[in-house]
Design a protein around this ligand. Structure first.
Ligand SMILES: Nc1ncnc2c1ncn2[C@@H]1O[C@H](COP(=O)(O)OP(=O)(O)OP(=O)(O)O)[C@@H](O)[C@H]1O
Length: 329
């Protein structure tokens, strides 16, 4: 069954052009010029019930705008969209009870109150029966291990703890479709794992349909088989993650700061040099060869080392560079 059906969805923002200076500010009071920003352009895709789809794109690609239209926060400029049979921006009560939009960079909980109080408020807003409320809450609190934090004012929680509470608040009314915009942004690895596990559990146990944006490759790799890559508001790729990221799953990046210059050939014997800016070098190394690579670095004039996953932006850049446009519809 199709849960989300998007056809030619387009969003243009009208943005005032603001010239610097006082005179320009006064002039703008009488004649304001505008420019049009094409945030989302003719986007079409369908998502089946129970799927988790990753929406990928660089900063400003149009992901949040897309999610805001799908959740009914924004009206599109043109195009149509059906989520569980509803037109989101009509904001029917039944629609709002069936979806959730959770944004890692926005706070929906009452800052000065314990999260438990915000949950009670959501219970009233969504008209959740007592039994369902307690069962769902207890289940989620257990999975995310936050029982002891329920009575702490939200302002006193760490970022990771607050995000877990935001996620509970979003899932409390048992939505069928959830839009997750950067749910793990800025979190430490332990919190990232916990939230990923939670998302996986909700998807497998409750068949929740999820669209996820994240700049962390690990989130996408662990949760999404299918990804939609957007660039400048248009769809660049829609298909299996493995087709665009298979070369990246078994490698890591080692970034090093050198004290003095080292020949390219020496660095190339440790890993593939994928970035070099004078004394800053980035090497791409197979995951299982990291210990040997680190050992070899011991003989070089290295002052700092950092090991990281391949950033999503590299996957997108390469998809763009290779013109690997692949749209399965
Ligand atoms: N309210 C707004 N008014 C005008 N322009 C906007 C508005 N919101 C977003 N934009 C512009 O629309 C484009 C898409 O923005 P959007 O936030 O959807 O991108 P994104 O892919 O979510 O980026 P990020 O990864 O940085 O969150 C950007 O050029 C942005 O500047």
């Amino acid at each position: 069954m199709t849960a989300i059906d998007v056809r030619n969805l387009t969003k243009h923002y009208k943005v005032p052009i603001k010239q610097p200076g006082l005179l320009a500010s006064v002039k703008s009071l009488f004649s304001q010029e505008y420019e049009e920003k094409h945030a989302v352009e003719q986007m079409s895709f369908q998502i089946e019930a129970g799927e988790i789809v990753g929406l990928l794109g660089s900063n400003g690609a149009g992901k949040t705008t897309m999610m805001k239209m799908l959740s009914g926060i924004l009206h599109p400029t043109s195009g149509t969209c059906s989520v569980l049979g509803y037109t989101p921006w009509e904001r029917k009560q039944e629609f709002q009870k069936s979806i959730a939009m959770i944004m890692g960079q926005k706070n929906s909980l009452w800052w000065d109150l314990p999260a438990a109080d915000s949950f009670l408020l959501n219970k009233e807003i969504y008209d959740i029966p007592d039994k369902d409320y307690h069962e769902t809450l207890n289940h989620m609190v257990e999975i995310l291990d936050v029982k002891r934090l329920l009575t702490t004012p939200v302002r006193n929680l760490s970022l990771g703890e607050r995000m877990k509470m935001e996620i509970i608040a979003g899932f409390l009314h048992q939505p069928k479709v959830v839009f997750l915009d950067e749910p793990t942004i800025g979190l430490d690895l332990t919190s990232q794992y916990a939230i990923r596990d939670f998302i996986r559990t909700m998807n497998s146990q409750r068949k929740v349909t999820i669209i996820l944006t994240s700049h962390y490759m690990a989130d996408i790799q662990e949760l999404c088989k299918r990804v939609i890559i957007v660039n400048k508001g248009t769809k660049l790729y829609d298909g299996q993650l493995s087709h665009v990221a298979e070369d990246f799953s078994d490698v890591k990046l080692i970034s090093i700061d050198l004290e003095r210059d080292v020949e390219d050939a020496v660095l190339a014997s440790i890993g593939e040099v994928v970035g070099r800016d004078v004394l800053k070098v980035t090497l791409q190394v197979p995951r299982n060869e990291i210990p040997q690579a680190i050992a070899k670095l011991g003989s070089l004039p290295v002052v700092d080392v950092n090991i990281s996953e391949i950033p999503i932006d590299r996957v997108i850049e390469r998809t763009l560079a290779e013109g690997k446009v692949r749209v399965n519809q």
